[in-house]
Design a protein. Structure first.
Lengths: 69, 69
DNA sequence: TCAAAAAGGGCATTATAATGCACTATCTAT
DNA sequence: ATAGATAGTGCATTATAATGCCCTTTTTGA
């Protein structure tokens, strides 16, 4: 269901040359959690998402949908 | 912690003239869940957030942080 | 090649989000 | 002012996210 989310995280992580282990440690989330997330499994809380996003220099935003797609 | 998130949801909901009961029903989440979320309590999953965002014509996005704030 | 590193997954446990219920507080029209 | 509608909260329960352990698969550098 959140395949795109995991894909985004994985791509950004690779772009920064971080391993899953690096990112998980830096973000303060369990490696197992990050692994699952990246392959699109699970339904992360925004806490988890934000901790990871922080390290990736990204942010979770809630915004009005742009017209069209 | 997610005070801003709840505030955003509440503002958008009022803008659309929906009650918490309306929104919760339309989004398919428990009223209790929405209430807590709007006052900044809890740590919603992105599923919950997305269901609510959908009804509000909003979306949860993960994007690279803009330079500065 | 092939050994080490990195990624992916099964499963049990723990922490906590989601929910229901019942109540109180606040807002809103009359 | 006051009744009904809407919003906020405490607490117990249920569903599930987060985690740890351990093993398999895939990738990568020498």
């Amino acid at each position: 269901m959140h395949y795109l989310l995991g894909k985004t995280i994985k791509e950004r992580r690779n772009m920064l040359h971080l391993t899953q282990e690096d990112l998980a440690a830096m973000a303060g989330v369990a490696l197992r959690t990050l692994k699952s997330l990246e392959v699109g499994k699970g339904n992360p809380s925004i806490n988890t998402l934000q901790k990871i996003s922080e390290v990736l220099g990204m942010e979770v935003r809630l915004e009005v949908r742009k017209l069209d797609n």
